[in-house]
Design a protein around this ligand. Structure first.
Ligand code: MG
Length: 310
């Protein structure tokens, strides 16, 4: 089934993974208490989200915002049908994620050497060397193992990321046991033409493999990039409540794509998300209170179009 769009058709349903509690909060200077993180995650789980990225198992001294991820998992009020996931850069992190009770584990590393060194202090080959062991450990625990490839559309240190390099790394990740790959536009360098080039190349190389995109809005192209991907049948996306998670390379700029802005656009287009948009907006407003500042979300400022005329 599909939704008409000009001469083409778009997916009728989109699946959104909420990354605010991890990717959003880890870029915030305000560190939420464990109790407030739990309130945020509980509110998100009540909006219909099927997957919420709860935290990261990384060195606490590097990412203090994620230091309490084990405690957050231990205190979750789990809602039926919601998968609570975590990311990990290595075998130790994957073990900690499983012990904490993560429903899914994602390994993450960068498509460029300099970003990977900066982010996880490893070469790309060193990151890949972890993947086989992580995959075995996670799958032995009967839980899904996925991969997130960062800076897949451009690197702030190296510029253009060669598409062939992205495909090579995706192939190795899939060979090493990743069930799904997410391509990340980590610092918002993608544009619609590039999204279509990368997605088409992926679909040609891996015709039976679903693809998830983690797009950013750092330069305002986030929703245009979503549309470009929808036109090629991509139906799985990451986004962050309120659009939190400012890009560390562009201070003050919005970073992660905003969950309620994307949801509003999709609903207006007739595409189903399964999400309760007013509940998402209420959650974003609650988050503003917790953080003590406005969030980048446009929809909580402008309102839902369908509600304007009653
Ligand atoms: Mg992000």
């Amino acid at each position: 089934m599909s939704v008409p769009y000009g001469q083409t058709a778009l997916p009728q349903r989109v699946s959104i993974r909420e990354v605010g509690p991890r990717d959003g909060l880890q870029n915030e200077s305000v560190i939420l208490t464990t109790a407030n993180k739990l309130r945020l995650i509980d509110a998100l789980a009540a909006t219909g989200l099927a997957q919420i990225e709860v935290g990261a198992f990384v060195k606490a001294e590097n990412v203090p915002q994620m230091a309490d991820t084990t405690e957050v998992f231990a205190s979750l009020t789990r809602q039926p049908g919601v998968k609570y996931s975590a990311i990990a850069p290595n075998v130790l992190g994957a073990r900690r994620a499983l012990e904490a009770g993560a429903d899914m584990v994602q390994v993450f590393f960068s498509a460029s050497e300099s970003h990977n060194q900066s982010n996880v202090n490893m070469s790309v080959e060193q990151s890949l060397a972890n993947v086989a062991d992580m995959s075995a450990i996670v799958r032995a625990a009967n839980r899904p193992f996925d991969a997130v490839l960062s800076v897949a559309f451009g690197c702030p240190f190296e510029g253009h990321t060669p598409i062939e390099r992205v495909l090579e790394l995706c192939g190795r990740l899939l060979d090493l046991g990743a069930e799904e790959v997410t391509l990340g536009d980590t610092t918002g360098m993608a544009h619609p033409s590039l999204v279509q080039q990368v997605v088409q190349a992926f679909q040609v190389r891996f015709p039976r493999q679903a693809l998830r995109l983690h797009l950013h809005s750092a330069r305002g192209a986030g929703l245009a990039n979503i549309l470009a991907a929808l036109q090629l049948g991509v139906s799985e996306f990451d986004s962050s409540i309120g659009g939190i998670g400012g890009c560390p390379f562009a201070p003050g700029a919005p970073g992660n794509l905003c969950t309620e802005d994307m949801t509003h656009m999709l609903h207006e287009m007739g595409i189903h998300t399964g999400l309760d948009l007013p509940a998402l907006m209420a959650t974003a407003r609650m988050l503003e209170q917790m953080l003590g500042h406005e969030v980048p979300s446009q929809t909580i400022k402008a309102g839902i179009c369908k509600h304007l005329t009653g």
